[in-house]
Design a binder for this molecule. Structure first.
Ligand SMILES: N[C@H](CCC(=O)N[C@@H](CS)C(=O)NCCC(=O)O)C(=O)O
Ligand SMILES: [Mg+2]
Length: 499
Protein backbone atom coordinates (compact mmCIF):
# COMPACT_ATOMS: atom_id res chain seq x y z
CA UNK A 1 0.00 0.00 0.00
CA UNK A 2 1.49 3.35 -0.96
CA UNK A 3 2.05 5.75 1.88
CA UNK A 4 -0.32 8.57 0.99
CA UNK A 5 1.75 11.34 2.53
CA UNK A 6 4.52 10.52 0.14
CA UNK A 7 2.83 10.63 -3.25
CA UNK A 8 5.14 12.20 -5.85
CA UNK A 9 6.29 14.80 -6.63
CA UNK A 10 8.77 13.98 -4.03
CA UNK A 11 12.49 13.18 -4.21
CA UNK A 12 12.41 13.62 -7.96
CA UNK A 13 11.03 10.09 -8.38
CA UNK A 14 11.15 10.23 -12.17
CA UNK A 15 14.14 8.35 -13.60
CA UNK A 16 15.33 7.27 -10.16
CA UNK A 17 18.18 4.91 -10.94
CA UNK A 18 17.88 1.76 -8.86
CA UNK A 19 21.27 0.09 -9.38
CA UNK A 20 22.88 -1.11 -6.16
CA UNK A 21 25.46 1.60 -5.35
CA UNK A 22 28.71 0.58 -3.70
CA UNK A 23 28.74 2.68 -0.48
CA UNK A 24 31.79 1.27 1.21
CA UNK A 25 34.14 3.38 -0.97
CA UNK A 26 32.56 6.78 -0.46
CA UNK A 27 29.62 6.52 1.94
CA UNK A 28 26.64 8.69 1.08
CA UNK A 29 28.12 9.79 -2.25
CA UNK A 30 25.54 7.71 -4.09
CA UNK A 31 22.45 8.55 -2.02
CA UNK A 32 20.53 9.34 -5.20
CA UNK A 33 20.95 5.68 -6.11
CA UNK A 34 19.15 4.41 -3.01
CA UNK A 35 16.07 2.33 -3.71
CA UNK A 36 13.00 4.60 -3.86
CA UNK A 37 10.95 2.33 -1.64
CA UNK A 38 13.59 2.65 1.07
CA UNK A 39 13.71 6.46 0.72
CA UNK A 40 9.91 6.62 1.10
CA UNK A 41 10.03 4.47 4.23
CA UNK A 42 12.85 6.52 5.81
CA UNK A 43 11.13 9.75 4.89
CA UNK A 44 7.91 8.68 6.58
CA UNK A 45 9.78 7.54 9.70
CA UNK A 46 11.79 10.79 9.79
CA UNK A 47 8.64 12.93 9.61
CA UNK A 48 7.07 10.94 12.44
CA UNK A 49 10.30 11.05 14.47
CA UNK A 50 10.67 14.83 14.16
CA UNK A 51 7.04 15.41 15.17
CA UNK A 52 7.36 13.15 18.23
CA UNK A 53 10.70 14.65 19.36
CA UNK A 54 10.06 18.37 18.96
CA UNK A 55 12.20 18.93 15.89
CA UNK A 56 9.75 21.66 14.94
CA UNK A 57 9.41 25.31 13.97
CA UNK A 58 6.42 27.63 13.64
CA UNK A 59 4.76 27.32 10.23
CA UNK A 60 5.03 30.57 8.28
CA UNK A 61 1.50 29.91 6.91
CA UNK A 62 -0.02 30.04 10.39
CA UNK A 63 -0.59 33.52 11.89
CA UNK A 64 -0.06 32.71 15.54
CA UNK A 65 2.84 30.28 15.11
CA UNK A 66 5.43 32.91 16.06
CA UNK A 67 3.69 33.91 19.28
CA UNK A 68 1.66 31.03 20.74
CA UNK A 69 3.54 27.82 21.52
CA UNK A 70 1.91 24.58 20.29
CA UNK A 71 0.08 26.38 17.49
CA UNK A 72 0.89 26.01 13.77
CA UNK A 73 3.98 23.84 14.05
CA UNK A 74 5.70 22.09 11.19
CA UNK A 75 8.81 19.88 11.24
CA UNK A 76 12.03 21.87 10.97
CA UNK A 77 13.58 21.57 7.49
CA UNK A 78 16.14 18.74 7.56
CA UNK A 79 18.28 16.57 5.31
CA UNK A 80 17.12 12.94 5.21
CA UNK A 81 20.64 11.53 5.66
CA UNK A 82 23.76 13.07 7.20
CA UNK A 83 26.40 14.73 4.99
CA UNK A 84 29.74 12.92 4.82
CA UNK A 85 32.59 14.91 6.34
CA UNK A 86 36.27 13.88 6.67
CA UNK A 87 37.15 13.08 10.28
CA UNK A 88 40.47 15.01 10.19
CA UNK A 89 38.66 18.28 9.39
CA UNK A 90 36.04 17.52 12.06
CA UNK A 91 38.80 17.18 14.65
CA UNK A 92 40.42 20.39 13.41
CA UNK A 93 37.10 22.31 13.76
CA UNK A 94 36.62 20.94 17.29
CA UNK A 95 40.17 21.88 18.32
CA UNK A 96 39.59 25.46 17.17
CA UNK A 97 36.54 26.03 19.42
CA UNK A 98 38.33 26.71 22.74
CA UNK A 99 40.97 28.79 20.95
CA UNK A 100 38.32 31.03 19.36
CA UNK A 101 36.55 31.26 22.75
CA UNK A 102 39.78 32.59 24.28
CA UNK A 103 40.45 34.90 21.32
CA UNK A 104 36.98 36.49 21.63
CA UNK A 105 37.58 37.10 25.34
CA UNK A 106 41.00 38.70 24.78
CA UNK A 107 39.85 40.91 21.90
CA UNK A 108 36.75 42.00 23.85
CA UNK A 109 39.01 43.45 26.58
CA UNK A 110 40.84 45.73 24.14
CA UNK A 111 38.31 48.58 23.94
CA UNK A 112 40.67 50.75 21.91
CA UNK A 113 41.21 48.02 19.29
CA UNK A 114 37.43 47.63 18.91
CA UNK A 115 36.75 51.38 18.69
CA UNK A 116 39.66 52.06 16.30
CA UNK A 117 38.94 49.08 14.02
CA UNK A 118 35.27 50.04 13.73
CA UNK A 119 35.75 53.84 13.65
CA UNK A 120 35.17 54.14 9.87
CA UNK A 121 32.31 51.65 9.86
CA UNK A 122 30.74 53.87 12.53
CA UNK A 123 30.44 56.70 9.99
CA UNK A 124 28.46 54.69 7.43
CA UNK A 125 26.63 51.97 9.40
CA UNK A 126 24.07 53.39 11.86
CA UNK A 127 23.51 50.04 13.59
CA UNK A 128 27.19 49.40 14.34
CA UNK A 129 27.49 53.05 15.32
CA UNK A 130 24.81 52.68 18.02
CA UNK A 131 26.52 49.57 19.37
CA UNK A 132 29.81 51.50 19.51
CA UNK A 133 28.10 54.36 21.37
CA UNK A 134 27.00 51.95 24.08
CA UNK A 135 30.49 50.43 24.13
CA UNK A 136 32.19 53.83 24.54
CA UNK A 137 29.75 54.76 27.34
CA UNK A 138 30.86 51.60 29.14
CA UNK A 139 34.52 52.54 28.61
CA UNK A 140 33.88 56.03 30.00
CA UNK A 141 32.10 54.52 33.01
CA UNK A 142 35.07 52.21 33.52
CA UNK A 143 32.48 49.38 33.47
CA UNK A 144 34.13 46.00 34.07
CA UNK A 145 32.49 42.68 33.15
CA UNK A 146 34.14 40.39 35.69
CA UNK A 147 31.93 37.43 34.83
CA UNK A 148 31.85 36.81 31.06
CA UNK A 149 29.71 34.23 29.21
CA UNK A 150 30.10 33.45 25.50
CA UNK A 151 27.87 30.99 23.59
CA UNK A 152 29.42 31.10 20.11
CA UNK A 153 29.21 29.23 16.85
CA UNK A 154 32.09 29.23 14.40
CA UNK A 155 30.95 28.37 10.85
CA UNK A 156 33.25 26.65 8.33
CA UNK A 157 33.22 25.38 4.77
CA UNK A 158 35.60 22.80 3.35
CA UNK A 159 37.13 24.44 0.28
CA UNK A 160 37.28 21.95 -2.62
CA UNK A 161 40.16 23.76 -4.39
CA UNK A 162 42.57 24.28 -1.50
CA UNK A 163 41.31 21.33 0.63
CA UNK A 164 41.37 23.78 3.53
CA UNK A 165 38.79 24.13 6.29
CA UNK A 166 37.97 27.84 6.08
CA UNK A 167 35.98 29.94 8.59
CA UNK A 168 32.94 31.69 7.12
CA UNK A 169 32.26 33.68 10.28
CA UNK A 170 32.28 33.57 14.05
CA UNK A 171 28.86 34.19 15.62
CA UNK A 172 29.12 35.67 19.11
CA UNK A 173 25.43 36.63 19.43
CA UNK A 174 22.20 34.61 19.05
CA UNK A 175 23.88 31.47 17.71
CA UNK A 176 20.84 29.57 16.51
CA UNK A 177 19.96 25.91 16.79
CA UNK A 178 21.77 24.51 19.83
CA UNK A 179 18.45 22.79 20.53
CA UNK A 180 17.32 21.56 17.11
CA UNK A 181 20.85 20.59 16.00
CA UNK A 182 21.09 17.73 18.51
CA UNK A 183 17.68 16.47 17.42
CA UNK A 184 18.84 16.18 13.81
CA UNK A 185 21.89 14.25 15.01
CA UNK A 186 19.60 11.89 16.96
CA UNK A 187 17.22 11.57 14.01
CA UNK A 188 20.08 10.54 11.72
CA UNK A 189 21.50 8.12 14.28
CA UNK A 190 18.04 6.57 14.65
CA UNK A 191 17.56 6.23 10.87
CA UNK A 192 21.00 4.65 10.44
CA UNK A 193 20.37 2.40 13.42
CA UNK A 194 17.30 0.99 11.67
CA UNK A 195 18.30 1.25 8.01
CA UNK A 196 22.09 1.46 8.12
CA UNK A 197 22.49 -2.15 7.01
CA UNK A 198 20.58 -1.61 3.77
CA UNK A 199 22.71 1.46 3.12
CA UNK A 200 26.07 0.13 4.25
CA UNK A 201 26.26 2.95 6.81
CA UNK A 202 26.99 2.82 10.54
CA UNK A 203 25.18 5.16 12.97
CA UNK A 204 28.34 5.35 15.07
CA UNK A 205 29.90 7.56 12.34
CA UNK A 206 27.47 10.36 13.26
CA UNK A 207 29.28 12.15 16.15
CA UNK A 208 27.36 12.72 19.36
CA UNK A 209 25.96 16.21 19.72
CA UNK A 210 25.19 17.77 23.11
CA UNK A 211 24.98 21.46 22.18
CA UNK A 212 21.81 22.27 24.11
CA UNK A 213 23.03 20.49 27.26
CA UNK A 214 26.41 22.21 27.26
CA UNK A 215 24.90 25.62 26.53
CA UNK A 216 22.31 25.13 29.29
CA UNK A 217 25.07 24.06 31.68
CA UNK A 218 27.14 27.16 30.90
CA UNK A 219 24.06 29.36 31.47
CA UNK A 220 23.39 27.57 34.78
CA UNK A 221 27.03 28.01 35.87
CA UNK A 222 26.81 31.71 35.02
CA UNK A 223 23.66 31.96 37.16
CA UNK A 224 25.61 30.28 39.99
CA UNK A 225 28.55 32.68 39.61
CA UNK A 226 26.15 35.62 39.88
CA UNK A 227 25.21 34.09 43.20
CA UNK A 228 21.70 35.37 43.90
CA UNK A 229 19.33 32.41 44.44
CA UNK A 230 16.21 34.42 43.70
CA UNK A 231 17.52 35.72 40.37
CA UNK A 232 16.36 34.44 36.98
CA UNK A 233 17.82 34.18 33.46
CA UNK A 234 16.24 36.46 30.88
CA UNK A 235 16.19 35.63 27.16
CA UNK A 236 15.73 38.58 24.81
CA UNK A 237 13.47 37.53 21.95
CA UNK A 238 11.70 38.99 18.95
CA UNK A 239 7.93 39.42 19.25
CA UNK A 240 7.45 37.02 16.32
CA UNK A 241 9.73 33.99 16.73
CA UNK A 242 9.05 30.88 14.67
CA UNK A 243 12.30 29.36 15.93
CA UNK A 244 10.97 29.51 19.50
CA UNK A 245 11.23 25.71 20.06
CA UNK A 246 14.99 25.83 19.58
CA UNK A 247 15.02 28.44 22.37
CA UNK A 248 12.52 26.52 24.52
CA UNK A 249 14.66 23.37 24.36
CA UNK A 250 17.44 25.38 26.01
CA UNK A 251 15.17 26.64 28.77
CA UNK A 252 13.58 23.25 29.21
CA UNK A 253 17.02 21.77 30.00
CA UNK A 254 17.91 24.79 32.18
CA UNK A 255 14.76 24.29 34.26
CA UNK A 256 14.54 20.48 34.34
CA UNK A 257 18.23 19.70 34.77
CA UNK A 258 19.57 22.78 36.59
CA UNK A 259 16.43 24.09 38.25
CA UNK A 260 17.13 27.61 36.92
CA UNK A 261 14.12 29.66 35.86
CA UNK A 262 14.10 31.80 32.71
CA UNK A 263 11.78 34.54 31.47
CA UNK A 264 11.24 35.69 27.85
CA UNK A 265 11.16 39.43 27.15
CA UNK A 266 11.47 41.69 24.13
CA UNK A 267 13.76 44.73 24.28
CA UNK A 268 10.67 46.98 24.37
CA UNK A 269 9.36 45.09 27.42
CA UNK A 270 12.72 45.55 29.17
CA UNK A 271 12.52 49.28 28.46
CA UNK A 272 9.03 49.37 30.01
CA UNK A 273 9.62 47.03 32.96
CA UNK A 274 13.34 47.25 33.64
CA UNK A 275 15.08 49.31 36.31
CA UNK A 276 18.51 49.47 37.91
CA UNK A 277 18.90 49.34 41.69
CA UNK A 278 21.40 51.82 43.20
CA UNK A 279 24.01 49.04 43.34
CA UNK A 280 23.47 48.24 39.64
CA UNK A 281 21.30 45.16 39.78
CA UNK A 282 18.76 44.78 36.95
CA UNK A 283 15.14 44.22 37.98
CA UNK A 284 12.50 43.41 35.37
CA UNK A 285 8.97 43.41 36.67
CA UNK A 286 10.51 43.27 40.14
CA UNK A 287 12.53 40.09 39.39
CA UNK A 288 16.32 40.27 39.67
CA UNK A 289 18.05 39.24 36.45
CA UNK A 290 21.38 37.36 36.75
CA UNK A 291 22.00 36.49 33.08
CA UNK A 292 20.69 38.09 29.88
CA UNK A 293 20.86 35.74 26.85
CA UNK A 294 20.27 37.55 23.56
CA UNK A 295 18.33 35.70 20.87
CA UNK A 296 17.40 39.07 19.36
CA UNK A 297 19.27 42.39 19.14
CA UNK A 298 21.73 41.23 16.48
CA UNK A 299 20.03 43.05 13.56
CA UNK A 300 18.85 46.65 13.04
CA UNK A 301 15.30 45.22 12.59
CA UNK A 302 15.30 44.48 16.33
CA UNK A 303 15.63 48.21 17.12
CA UNK A 304 12.55 49.82 15.50
CA UNK A 305 12.63 52.73 17.97
CA UNK A 306 14.74 54.37 20.69
CA UNK A 307 12.95 52.20 23.25
CA UNK A 308 14.93 49.11 22.20
CA UNK A 309 18.22 51.02 22.30
CA UNK A 310 17.37 52.33 25.80
CA UNK A 311 16.78 48.74 26.88
CA UNK A 312 20.09 47.58 25.39
CA UNK A 313 21.91 50.36 27.27
CA UNK A 314 20.09 49.62 30.56
CA UNK A 315 21.05 45.93 30.26
CA UNK A 316 24.69 46.80 29.48
CA UNK A 317 24.96 49.18 32.46
CA UNK A 318 23.70 46.53 34.88
CA UNK A 319 25.86 44.09 36.80
CA UNK A 320 23.97 41.17 35.25
CA UNK A 321 25.96 38.79 33.03
CA UNK A 322 25.32 39.63 29.37
CA UNK A 323 25.54 36.90 26.74
CA UNK A 324 26.94 38.57 24.78
CA UNK A 325 28.25 41.74 26.38
CA UNK A 326 28.50 44.70 23.99
CA UNK A 327 32.23 43.94 23.69
CA UNK A 328 31.62 40.29 22.77
CA UNK A 329 28.96 41.43 20.31
CA UNK A 330 31.37 43.87 18.60
CA UNK A 331 34.15 41.25 18.60
CA UNK A 332 31.90 39.04 16.43
CA UNK A 333 31.43 41.65 13.70
CA UNK A 334 32.74 40.88 10.21
CA UNK A 335 34.95 43.98 10.31
CA UNK A 336 36.79 42.62 13.35
CA UNK A 337 37.05 39.21 11.64
CA UNK A 338 38.78 40.98 8.76
CA UNK A 339 41.08 43.00 11.09
CA UNK A 340 42.15 39.83 12.92
CA UNK A 341 43.21 38.35 9.58
CA UNK A 342 45.79 41.12 9.09
CA UNK A 343 49.45 40.10 9.64
CA UNK A 344 50.65 40.01 13.27
CA UNK A 345 47.30 41.08 14.75
CA UNK A 346 46.58 37.65 16.29
CA UNK A 347 49.92 37.88 18.10
CA UNK A 348 48.44 40.79 20.10
CA UNK A 349 45.74 38.57 21.57
CA UNK A 350 47.02 35.00 21.73
CA UNK A 351 50.25 33.78 23.35
CA UNK A 352 50.52 30.20 22.16
CA UNK A 353 52.28 30.00 18.78
CA UNK A 354 50.54 26.77 17.77
CA UNK A 355 47.13 28.23 18.57
CA UNK A 356 47.92 31.28 16.44
CA UNK A 357 48.98 29.04 13.57
CA UNK A 358 45.80 26.93 13.89
CA UNK A 359 43.59 30.03 13.80
CA UNK A 360 45.49 31.62 10.90
CA UNK A 361 45.24 28.36 8.92
CA UNK A 362 41.43 28.54 8.87
CA UNK A 363 41.23 32.18 7.76
CA UNK A 364 39.93 32.70 4.25
CA UNK A 365 41.08 35.76 2.30
CA UNK A 366 39.61 38.79 4.09
CA UNK A 367 40.08 42.40 2.97
CA UNK A 368 38.73 45.88 3.60
CA UNK A 369 37.75 47.85 0.49
CA UNK A 370 40.78 50.12 0.96
CA UNK A 371 42.98 47.83 -1.04
CA UNK A 372 42.83 49.03 -4.72
CA UNK A 373 44.60 45.92 -5.94
CA UNK A 374 42.07 43.58 -4.43
CA UNK A 375 39.18 45.79 -5.62
CA UNK A 376 40.51 45.56 -9.17
CA UNK A 377 40.79 41.77 -8.85
CA UNK A 378 37.23 41.56 -7.53
CA UNK A 379 35.89 43.73 -10.34
CA UNK A 380 37.59 41.42 -12.85
CA UNK A 381 36.57 38.19 -11.07
CA UNK A 382 33.50 38.93 -8.92
CA UNK A 383 32.66 35.21 -8.67
CA UNK A 384 35.73 34.65 -6.52
CA UNK A 385 34.56 37.08 -3.84
CA UNK A 386 31.69 37.75 -1.40
CA UNK A 387 30.89 41.28 -0.24
CA UNK A 388 29.59 41.33 3.33
CA UNK A 389 27.89 44.15 5.24
CA UNK A 390 28.08 44.24 9.04
CA UNK A 391 24.82 42.33 9.28
CA UNK A 392 23.81 39.20 11.11
CA UNK A 393 20.83 36.94 10.53
CA UNK A 394 21.56 35.71 7.02
CA UNK A 395 20.44 36.93 3.60
CA UNK A 396 22.59 40.09 3.43
CA UNK A 397 25.69 39.07 1.47
CA UNK A 398 26.50 40.23 -2.06
CA UNK A 399 27.59 37.76 -4.77
CA UNK A 400 28.72 37.51 -8.42
CA UNK A 401 27.77 40.39 -10.74
CA UNK A 402 26.34 42.40 -7.82
CA UNK A 403 29.85 42.45 -6.31
CA UNK A 404 31.22 44.09 -9.47
CA UNK A 405 28.32 46.59 -9.66
CA UNK A 406 28.66 47.59 -6.00
CA UNK A 407 32.43 47.99 -6.21
CA UNK A 408 32.18 50.10 -9.36
CA UNK A 409 29.48 52.25 -7.71
CA UNK A 410 31.61 52.79 -4.62
CA UNK A 411 34.64 53.58 -6.82
CA UNK A 412 32.72 56.15 -8.87
CA UNK A 413 30.95 57.77 -5.92
CA UNK A 414 34.12 57.58 -3.87
CA UNK A 415 31.75 57.47 -0.91
CA UNK A 416 32.82 56.26 2.52
CA UNK A 417 30.23 53.52 1.96
CA UNK A 418 33.23 51.26 1.40
CA UNK A 419 33.75 51.06 5.18
CA UNK A 420 30.35 49.39 5.57
CA UNK A 421 31.60 46.22 3.86
CA UNK A 422 34.37 43.67 3.91
CA UNK A 423 35.47 41.52 0.98
CA UNK A 424 35.94 37.81 1.52
CA UNK A 425 37.36 35.04 -0.64
CA UNK A 426 34.46 32.98 -2.08
CA UNK A 427 34.73 29.40 -0.84
CA UNK A 428 33.68 26.53 -3.11
CA UNK A 429 32.74 23.46 -1.08
CA UNK A 430 32.09 20.06 -2.62
CA UNK A 431 28.64 19.64 -4.15
CA UNK A 432 26.92 16.46 -2.89
CA UNK A 433 23.64 14.72 -3.71
CA UNK A 434 21.12 14.87 -0.87
CA UNK A 435 17.43 14.79 0.03
CA UNK A 436 16.07 18.03 1.51
CA UNK A 437 12.81 17.68 3.47
CA UNK A 438 10.61 20.75 3.84
CA UNK A 439 6.85 20.79 4.64
CA UNK A 440 6.73 16.99 4.38
CA UNK A 441 8.02 17.06 0.83
CA UNK A 442 11.35 15.53 -0.14
CA UNK A 443 13.48 17.36 -2.70
CA UNK A 444 16.23 15.36 -4.35
CA UNK A 445 18.96 17.88 -5.07
CA UNK A 446 22.68 18.64 -5.14
CA UNK A 447 23.83 20.69 -2.17
CA UNK A 448 26.72 22.31 -0.29
CA UNK A 449 27.14 22.36 3.47
CA UNK A 450 28.47 24.60 6.23
CA UNK A 451 29.65 23.13 9.51
CA UNK A 452 28.98 25.24 12.63
CA UNK A 453 30.86 24.26 15.80
CA UNK A 454 29.48 25.65 19.07
CA UNK A 455 31.80 26.97 21.75
CA UNK A 456 30.90 27.76 25.37
CA UNK A 457 33.07 30.05 27.51
CA UNK A 458 32.51 31.22 31.10
CA UNK A 459 35.04 33.20 33.10
CA UNK A 460 34.95 34.90 36.49
CA UNK A 461 37.89 37.30 36.85
CA UNK A 462 41.00 35.09 36.41
CA UNK A 463 39.10 31.79 36.72
CA UNK A 464 38.10 30.12 33.44
CA UNK A 465 35.14 27.96 34.48
CA UNK A 466 34.03 26.70 31.03
CA UNK A 467 36.00 26.71 27.80
CA UNK A 468 34.89 23.93 25.47
CA UNK A 469 33.63 22.84 22.10
CA UNK A 470 29.95 22.25 22.74
CA UNK A 471 28.24 20.48 19.89
CA UNK A 472 27.75 21.21 16.19
CA UNK A 473 25.25 22.20 13.53
CA UNK A 474 25.49 21.20 9.88
CA UNK A 475 23.52 23.35 7.47
CA UNK A 476 22.93 22.11 3.94
CA UNK A 477 21.57 24.21 1.09
CA UNK A 478 20.99 23.67 -2.61
CA UNK A 479 24.24 24.44 -4.43
CA UNK A 480 22.38 26.83 -6.77
CA UNK A 481 21.48 29.27 -3.98
CA UNK A 482 24.14 31.74 -2.87
CA UNK A 483 22.58 32.63 0.45
CA UNK A 484 22.56 30.24 3.37
CA UNK A 485 20.49 30.39 6.49
CA UNK A 486 17.84 28.02 7.79
CA UNK A 487 15.76 30.76 9.42
CA UNK A 488 16.15 32.75 6.19
CA UNK A 489 14.56 29.79 4.40
CA UNK A 490 17.46 28.65 2.18
CA UNK A 491 19.07 25.83 4.11
CA UNK A 492 18.05 22.73 6.06
CA UNK A 493 19.37 21.31 9.30
CA UNK A 494 21.76 18.43 8.80
CA UNK A 495 24.37 16.41 10.68
CA UNK A 496 27.65 14.79 9.62
CA UNK A 497 28.82 11.27 8.78
CA UNK A 498 32.54 10.95 9.52
CA UNK A 499 34.51 9.35 6.69
N1 LIG B 1 15.50 34.39 15.71
C1 LIG B 1 16.80 34.01 16.02
C2 LIG B 1 17.68 33.88 14.79
C3 LIG B 1 19.03 34.26 15.21
C4 LIG B 1 20.00 34.27 14.08
O1 LIG B 1 19.69 34.64 12.94
N2 LIG B 1 21.22 33.84 14.41
C5 LIG B 1 22.30 33.80 13.44
C6 LIG B 1 23.58 34.34 14.04
S1 LIG B 1 23.39 36.01 14.47
C7 LIG B 1 22.47 32.36 13.09
O2 LIG B 1 22.86 31.56 13.93
N3 LIG B 1 22.18 32.05 11.83
C8 LIG B 1 22.41 30.71 11.36
C9 LIG B 1 21.19 29.91 11.52
C10 LIG B 1 20.39 29.91 10.22
O3 LIG B 1 20.94 29.36 9.25
O4 LIG B 1 19.31 30.45 10.22
C11 LIG B 1 16.88 32.75 16.87
O5 LIG B 1 16.85 32.89 18.07
O6 LIG B 1 17.03 31.65 16.32
MG1 LIG C 1 26.17 35.07 11.42
Amino acid sequence: SSTLALQPPWCGAVGMETQETEFSLAPLSGVHGIDQELIETMLYDALVWSSLHGLVVGDRNSQRSGRTPGVGMVHAPFALLPMSFPESYWRQACELAPIFNELVDRVSLDGKFLQDSLSRTKKVDAFTSKLLDIHSKMLQMGKKEEIRLGLHRSDYMLDEQTKLLLQIELNTISSSFPGLSILVTELHRSLLHHYGENLGLDSKNVPHNSAVNQFAEALAKAWTEYNSPRSVVMIIVQTEERNMYDQHWLFHVLKEKHNVKAIRKTLAEVDALGELTPDGRLLVGGQEISVIYFRAGYTPNDYPSDSEWRARLLIEQSMAIKCPSISYHLTGTKKIQQELAKPSVLERFLDNKEDIAKVRKCFAGLWSLDDPEIIQKAIENPKLFVMKPQREGGGNNIYDEDVRQNLLRIQEEGTEDAAAYILMQRIFPKVSPTFLIRDGICHKDRAISELGVYGAYLRNKEKVIVNEQSGYLMRTKVSSSNEGGVAAGFAVLDSIYLT
